[in-house]
Design a protein around this ligand. Sequence first.
Ligand code: PMP
Length: 445
Amino acid sequence: VQSHDSLVKFGDQHVTAGLGRLVNAVLTKGEGSYVTFGDGRKLLDFACGIGVTSLGHCHPKVSKAAADQCMNVVHVQCSIAYHQPYLELIQRLLPMMPHPSLDSFFFWTSGSEAVEAGIKMARAITGRQNIINMQGAYHGRTMGAMAVTKSKTIYSAGFHPLMPGTFTVPYPYWHQLGVPPDTPASELTKTCLNQLNLLLSQATAPKDTAAIIIEPVLGEGGYVPAPAEFLHGLREICDKHGILLIIDEVQCGFGRTGKHYYSEYSGIRPDILLSAKGLANGFPLSAVISRKELTDKLAPGSMGGTYAGNAVSCAAAVATADALKEEKVLENVDARSKELFAALNELRKDPKLAPAILDVRGKGLMVAVEFASPVGSGPYDTFTNPSVPEKLASRVASKCVEKGLLILTTSVYEVIRFIPPLNISKEDLAKGVEIFKEAVYEVVR
Ligand code: PMP
């Protein structure tokens, strides 16, 4: 038997540095809201493998469905035949759709692949080339997805040239626009829609523009929900010019924000909706959802992949969808979200923390606390106080790990994100919040 430390050392020698690692240890067990490491540490998990294990680790019904499927058929190449869980999953997803027009589904493995498929579809269907994306958005690490990713240069640095034909517009996020955190949504929206209209008359003509792609809640860009009026503004512009609207709900979809899809809050109609992460509670699966009328324009064989829509992943997703409903998970999201916001807003009121916490935001259980960055630390220090220490978010996150809470930062700003399991108990949520508070007080002082 190899010791935990020797295994980690082995990993350090043989695994690329191109993968970052928050905890340099071997994670040996996941159970509900907790993860255990080979060195004996047990942490409360507010990261969920970056928003994936939404029903907690190894949900018994999901694991059982996957195990049963493994004894039946593991792999059916999707261009050879249908498999049962593929079709059952469509039956589960249909009633969850944020708009009744969404009636055509095909499944892939990762979020990035879904983005690639969305872009390719938009080009083929419209016969146009260019894609408009949003500042701060993350869509993945493959070539096309990376080209529309604008959250951090780390994802593209050294990998240029990227896919041509992409144009970036501002997203209604106060910090990116250089305005105060309490700027009304209507003002942010007006600025951004104005810039988009200008782009369409100055840089990419509508007749060359296939799609606008948007994450309706910026994820890797800082957990910033888009105002409904912005989404409706996009829809109007798309309708006016025959541009397709691709809504990437890879991170914010499948119950994360308290509805099956965030788009449901605004009633926005996506032309193409992308889903992944929580969809199969840890099994690799993504979905590209659109209208049959559009997807029937694709040539047979032009889409697909060896492992796309894997049978075990689809069976896990069917069980995830069933558990979401049977266990009234969305009701839990609502209740826990209210408690989380109440605790964080209370914390923010403490005058001792006043210069350090700039913003508490999000929806459902996709919640962020944005800290100030110290003056002079970079281009993002507009609203900061010289007494605030540097790299607050990563220091708070490390302190949380020391104290037993796995939690992640996000974006180029000082942001901590809360993505706990959607079925987390009241007690575990309170415990995590307590650890977070202790960490903040120790780091900020
Ligand atoms: N889109 C969004 C909104 C995401 O958050 C992510 C993953 N963080 C992706 C796409 C890419 O998904 P994957 O890592 O599965 O390729």
